[in-house]
Design a protein around this ligand. Structure first.
Ligand code: GLU
Length: 418
């Protein structure tokens, strides 16, 4: 992983690449390269032993031209101001790519949650929710889960917000569990869109998904669900990894059993169907038809990209390729379905959750999945149209062309205040 690549600079260069094809004024593009505002706050929280500990936390509201800011909150030691800014920008173009009426935001706390007890994490989360309270709301800014956060944290944030506001407003946050107003299908949604997008790409490239080999880097919520669903579509998952290492079986293995092994032992490593233990890097450079990077940003830099052998990459993670790596893969004719389309299922079903919360009327899982399928297929069709219309070789650039145009249209139609 390239610690040196600043994700915010990656975002800005991705926007510049697309701007070259757009008829949008430079000053509007400049607006679309920076967050509208960033909250930086220090949370001082009591630990179980009575001591106090300080945690730095951020919330970046990148763009609200198309609707309330929308995006997750991550807990990770590598969280930084620039990372949160980049992730909030990617959310802006993600919601525009799938054409849902939301903007982009992102938050994070610099923390390794594995080092804290559940009650400490609850106090830390509620302290952050108190800081976020004036900024968020179902019509202002709607957070969601991201790396190392899930239903538990979302439920705490919702409860803190509703208590302080003396109201009932489940749509203030998405990714809640069902009992707290969550949506069917939300947990699976990121992995689901990753494989729907891969299926569309294989179809576009006239490649057969049946029997195709797949490697998955990262076996968290997005990665393991993608592995399970692609296996159900007839592909063969041959390799997977997590932060402890990787597993490989040339004949494929059962992705659900591998996940059960991870649940029991903390890692996929040691899973009995694996024939060989491999490294994270081996997974990324394996000779497979489809590679799914599902961990953190900057997983593949230009050097590693030289060794990538997959024909198609579907980005379940946000920002897994550096811009240099993207250029190398473009030269090698690897079809990269960008994060802002491939993993957009998460925020799309968050949107459905928000709609259901506002209507107090809840959908079946079947309806959620059908609507999700429509949004991802439409986004992929727009990508193909743009590739063909502008003769763009890089699918990421084509996706940004569509997304930036949508955000710019909405800004230009509304004008600016003051
Ligand atoms: N954290 C997810 C993402 O990066 C989901 C965001 C959301 O549901 O708002 O897309």
């Amino acid at each position: 992983m390239t610690q040196g690549t600043n994700p915010f600079e990656s975002l800005q260069s991705q926007i510049d690449d697309a701007a070259a094809y757009l008829d949008v004024e430079d000053d509007v593009i400049e607006r679309l390269k920076h967050p509208e505002r960033v909250l930086e706050t220090n949370l001082t929280v009591e630990m179980d032993d009575g001591s106090l500990e300080r945690f730095k936390a951020f919330r970046s509201q990148f763009n609200g031209d198309r609707g309330p800011y929308k995006g997750g909150i991550r807990y990770h030691p590598q969280v930084s101001r620039d990372e949160v800014k980049a992730l909030s920008g990617w959310m802006t173009y993600k919601t525009a790519t799938v054409d849902i009426p939301l903007g982009g935001g992102k938050g994070g706390i610099i923390i390794d949650p594995a080092e804290y007890s559940e009650s400490e994490l609850e106090r830390i989360t509620r302290a952050f929710a108190k800081e976020l309270r004036p900024l968020i709301g179902e019509d202002r800014d709607v957070p969601a889960p991201d790396v190392n956060t899930g239903q538990r944290e979302m439920n705490w944030i919702k409860d803190t917000y509703e208590t302080l506001e003396n109201t009932t407003e489940p749509g203030v946050i998405t990714g809640k569990n069902l009992a707290s107003g969550g949506s069917e299908g939300r947990v699976e949604a990121t992995g689901r869109s990753t494989v729907i997008a891969a299926r569309e790409a294989f179809d576009y490239l006239d490649k057969d998904l049946e029997g195709a080999t797949v490697a998955v880097q990262g076996y968290g919520n997005a990665g393991w669900i993608a592995a399970k669903l692609i296996d159900e579509m007839g592909a063969t998952v041959v390799a997977a990894s997590d932060s402890s290492g990787g597993i490989y079986n040339p004949d494929g293995f059962d992705p659900v059993a591998a996940k059960n092994h991870k649940n029991e032992t903390g890692s996929v490593v040691g899973y009995e169907e694996s024939e060989e233990e491999i490294t994270n890097e081996d997974v990324l450079t394996m000779d497979v038809d489809l590679l799914i990077p599902a961990a953190l940003e900057n997983a593949i830099d230009a050097d590693l990209a030289e060794d990538v052998q997959a024909d198609v990459i579907s980005e379940a993670a946000n920002g897994p390729l550096t811009p240099d790596a993207d250029a190398v893969l473009e030269d090698k004719d690897v079809f990269v379905i960008p994060d802002i389309l491939a993993n957009a299922g998460g925020v799309t079903v968050s949107y459905f959750e928000w709609v259901q919360n506002r209507q107090r009327f809840y959908w079946s899982e079947e309806r959620v999945n059908e609507e999700l399928e429509d949004h991802i297929v439409d986004a992929f069709d727009s990508l193909v149209e743009t590739i063909e219309e502008h003769d763009i070789a890089n699918p990421r650039t084509a996706t940004y062309v569509v997304a930036i145009q949508r955000v710019a249209d909405s800004f230009e139609e509304a004008g600016s205040f003051p």
